[in-house]
Design a protein around this ligand. Structure first.
Ligand SMILES: Nc1ncnc2c1ncn2[C@@H]1O[C@H](COP(=O)(O)OP(=O)(O)OP(=O)(O)O)[C@@H](O)[C@H]1O
Ligand SMILES: [Mg+2]
Length: 368
């Protein structure tokens, strides 16, 4: 039996597979590579823009289904790969060359769980297969040494006097906490903070990273503004709790990033609800849904709702982010979903910079 199967026919079939986030077919997106046809067997690679693609499995299934339907096909093998896209200048950038995407985790208000979110997102992205750095930008109250079990550790310095981040749970971590003693309180003044941040961004040997997560200090003041401007951010996510006071602050955070033209990838609601492990009931202690409301009002994605979980505090204090300590827990799964949503939004923003920057923040709510 002759087989008329050609590369062209395979590509034609794959045009029916659409990336639901990028809203285009995977052939025109250039994701399909390396097609090999051997008799009735078809083998090809699908190269996504992030290993943390939330619809990776679905895309793979769709690919198999569409090619299997072709006449003469006896078997299909798809290799899912990824090559993280980043800011256009990532190889030659003055600040943080080699870092493809710089994503800030911010909040208007302190204590909403920003550092916990940043730590868990970083570990979740590593688990998905990405190279990830985490910069603790909180000069006054660094959290990452404790959260990653690195208290007392000192980073090495390269021969050209650059500081090497410390690796924990696969994440390359850098924090002012590694450079100061916890016994002496550090009194930082404005210009020193500025200088320190500059050093973090220019004198740390980050190497090649797909994502550098910045854990910003709380608020939307000068330190945050300096940081967002110096770091050439690729995107920002805002963490909020459901309470109104925190939501008002979250809106201020959104406004700050709009001013400096950084795409807001979305909002995360932390301490959204409590799911009782004994009775299975869900309690919305602080009133869930505030972040969803802002996301609808301001037309930015809701990236996820993270439950209140006492294990977060316990594992955090033991130097193990939840995603590393209890990967099978509901909370770790939610962090994973949020991490994939962020990766997807970052890919969208990189592909369609105009669309991301055009997010229209209309202040529909009085008093924001
Ligand atoms: N979903 C959650 N459930 C229970 N506890 C949480 C949750 N998220 C964070 N926490 C706890 O809340 C406290 C504050 O969290 P975290 O330090 O991450 O907040 P932050 O926003 O970074 O604070 P700061 O503004 O001081 O930097 C920590 O003790 C943390 O373990
Ligand atoms: Mg913090």
């Amino acid at each position: 039996m002759t087989n008329n199967l050609t590369e062209q026919k395979v590509l034609e079939a794959l045009r029916s597979v659409k990336d639901p986030d990028l809203k285009r077919d995977i052939v025109s997106l250039g994701f399909v590579k390396n097609i090999r046809i051997d008799g009735g067997r078809v083998c090809f690679d699908v190269e996504l823009t992030t290993p943390a693609c939330p619809v990776k499995d679905q895309l793979k299934e769709d690919c198999i289904r569409s090619v299997r339907n072709l006449e003469g096909v006896s078997g299909v093998e798809v290799n899912m790969k990824s090559d993280v896209k980043g800011r256009a200048s990532f190889e030659t950038a003055k600040v943080l060359p080699g870092v493809r995407n710089i994503i800030a985790v911010a909040s208007g208000k302190g204590g909403v769980g920003k550092s916990t979110v940043a730590a868990n997102l970083a570990v979740a992205l590593v688990k998905a297969g990405a190279k990830v750095g985490l910069l603790d930008c909180d000069i006054y109250g660094p959290s990452m040494p404790l959260m990653f079990g690195l208290v007392g550790r000192k980073p090495e310095v390269t021969s050209d006097e650059r500081i090497v981040p410390i690796e924990a749970h696969g994440v390359h971590v850098m924090s002012i906490g590694f450079l100061t003693s916890d016994k002496t309180p550090v009194i930082w003044r404005g210009p020193m903070v500025h200088q320190m941040i500059q050093q973090f961004l220019t004198r740390v040997a980050w190497g090649k990273l797909d994502y550098l997560i910045l854990d910003l200090p709380p608020g939307t003041g000068d330190a945050q503004l300096t940081l967002t401007q110096t770091a050439e951010l690729s995107g920002a996510v805002i963490v909020t709790t459901p309470q109104e006071v925190s939501l008002v602050d979250a809106r201020k955070g959104l406004q700050m990033f709009e001013k400096v033209k950084v795409p807001v990838l979305g909002i995360i609601e932390n301490m959204s609800y409590f799911s009782c492990p004994d009775c299975g009931k869900v309690f919305e202690i602080f009133g869930r849904g505030g972040a969803r409301k802002i996301s609808e009002e301001l037309n930015v994605p809701l990236l996820g709702e993270i439950p209140i979980d006492p294990a977060i505090v316990e594992t955090g204090d033991r130097g193990m982010p939840m995603v590393a300590a209890r990967p099978d827990s509901l909370t770790a799964k939610v962090y994973g979903i949020v991490a994939r949503a962020i990766a997807a939004q970052m890919s969208i923003a990189n592909m369609k910079p105009d669309m991301a920057k055009a997010v229209d923040f209309q202040w529909k709510t009085k008093g924001a």
